[in-house]
Design a protein. Structure first.
Length: 150
């Protein structure tokens, strides 16, 4: 009887965890190019991304899970070939040591999608921070589609 109860608890607990994961990790389907950057931590070619010279008001979101990452008010021209931001939405982006040992990678805090890298001390803005983000890792929601202030 004890074995049956343990097996039942494992089954019920495992099933609940699987349901939670499927809800929590409802990812968008990615193209092979998006997968290369977002999952395999690749980099799109500089000056080719659709958001490099994009300066409309709104919110930049994670391509993989839809989490809000950056407000358009934090975007600036970093002259690097990728969209640059000097601030993220609180709690939206995690910083982790890059595999190369020199840089700091930035990933989506919700789904761990690769976004790009963060650089400190370059002096481009008063915040002295540059999030260098792959356009392919993001989507954009225009301000007129959002209810709150940007």
């Amino acid at each position: 009887m004890k074995k049956f109860a343990i097996i039942l608890l494992i089954f019920i607990g495992g099933n609940a965890m699987a349901q939670e994961d499927s809800i929590r990790f409802n990812f968008k389907e990615l193209t092979p190019e998006e997968e290369y950057v977002i999952i395999n931590k690749g980099t799109e070619r500089p000056f080719t991304g659709k958001f490099n010279d994009h300066y409309k008001e709104g919110i930049y979101t994670c391509k993989r899970c839809g989490a809000h990452l950056y407000k358009s008010s934090a975007k600036f021209d970093g002259h690097c070939g990728w969209p640059s931001f000097d601030d993220e939405i609180d709690g939206a982006v995690k910083r982790v040591p890059d595999a190369d040992g020199r840089r700091t990678e930035i990933i989506c805090a919700r789904c761990d999608a690769h976004l790009g890298h963060v650089f400190i001390g370059e002096g481009f803005t008063s915040k002295n921070t540059r999030h260098c983000v792959n356009s392919i890792s993001m989507e954009f929601i225009p301000a007129d589609s959002i209810d709150n202030d940007l």
